[in-house]
Design a protein around this ligand. Structure first.
Ligand code: GLN
Length: 303
């Protein structure tokens, strides 16, 4: 497969694709990002790298981090995590409060904010130094020791935390947060503030496509565990647009309001895109379009 040419064609096409959408305003620090950035990086399962555009520039991975926190929690707690978080698509916005009341404090899945906050609580309980240990884990799976938190972004999210604080307190009222609410939120804001390039993201998610083994051969999760997480990304990775992403792209993936998307074709490739302009559901407009073109042009999708 000539990925180099295909990526060039996608970028050419994107020049004519009207760049609809807006950079997020919910986190003031992220509203400063140049809206016209665009990068794609694809890593094949044999380890070949193909990058184009701003693919080596770091950006805020935001909710993409939720797939990595759930992976780490899964390695500690295995199936026990599903006692406190469900595995069903929510059909609601990522920061919705409404279902929590009906579901008695059990979030529908780990990718909406409420679910990710419960996973953050699990990691605060499991890790000795949660923020340091999580960063170390990210550096280990990605093979990139320069990955870091962006403290200004974490602070900006803390300053505007009201909805996430409401979710965390509501979860606590149902007994589904074990630790201090502020400590859990602090961890959550930091995980969302992690910065990576498309290349680093593709490398971090390599083990999802490689039956649980990282790019440098470490067994991060079992084959069965990554099958389960890929299934969750397929059904829940894009909130109330998960059906649309599956319909158009046909790969498991995860988005973030920093404009990043990571998607993968098990046993074939991992791809990450970055374009900060978001659609109304909070997913990157151009990123989704680029991935739709990728699977259409290559014919490589799980369906
Ligand atoms: N940090 C963001 C929030 O909690 C993450 C949301 C996202 O990327 N969809 O609101």
């Amino acid at each position: 497969m000539d990925f180099k040419t295909i990526l060039q064609e996608i970028v050419q096409d994107s020049n004519t694709f009207s760049s609809i959408g807006n950079v997020t305003v919910t986190i003031p620090e992220l509203a400063k990002v140049n809206p016209n950035k665009f990068g794609i990086h694809l890593t094949t399962i044999s380890g070949e790298d193909f990058g184009i555009g701003d693919s080596e520039e770091k950006f805020s991975i935001q909710s993409i981090s939720k797939a990595l926190t759930v992976a780490l929690a899964f390695s500690f707690l295995d199936e026990k995590i599903w006692k406190r978080v469900g595995v069903e698509p929510s059909g609601s916005a990522f920061n919705s409060l409404i279902q929590l009341e009906y579901e008695k404090g059990i979030p529908r899945n780990p990718f909406i904010n409420s679910g990710a906050i419960v996973i953050a609580d699990m990691l605060v309980s499991c890790l000795d130094n949660p923020k340091d240990d999580f960063l170390e884990y990210i550096r280990m799976i990605s093979g990139s020791p320069t990955i870091n938190y962006n403290l200004a972004v974490a602070q900006s999210e803390k300053d505007t935390r009201f909805r996430n604080a409401a979710l965390a307190n509501f979860l606590k009222s149902f007994g589904n947060i074990e630790n201090d609410v502020d400590e859990v939120l602090d961890f959550y804001f930091h995980q969302c503030s992690i910065e990576m390039s498309c290349k680093e993201l593709a490398h971090s998610f390599f083990f999802f496509a490689n039956e649980g083994k990282s790019k440098d051969g470490k067994q991060i999760l079992t084959k069965s565990q990554v099958k389960r997480l890929n299934a969750l990304m397929q059904t829940c990775g894009f909130y109330d647009e998960s059906g649309e992403f599956t319909y158009k792209v046909g790969l498991p993936g995860k988005s973030g309001i920093g404009g990043g998307i990571v998607a993968l074709f098990p046993k074939n490739f991992v791809v990450a895109t970055w374009s900060p302009k978001l659609n109304k559901k909070g997913n990157s407009e151009l990123g989704m379009h680029a991935l739709e073109l990728l699977t259409t042009k290559t014919g490589m999708s799980v369906f």
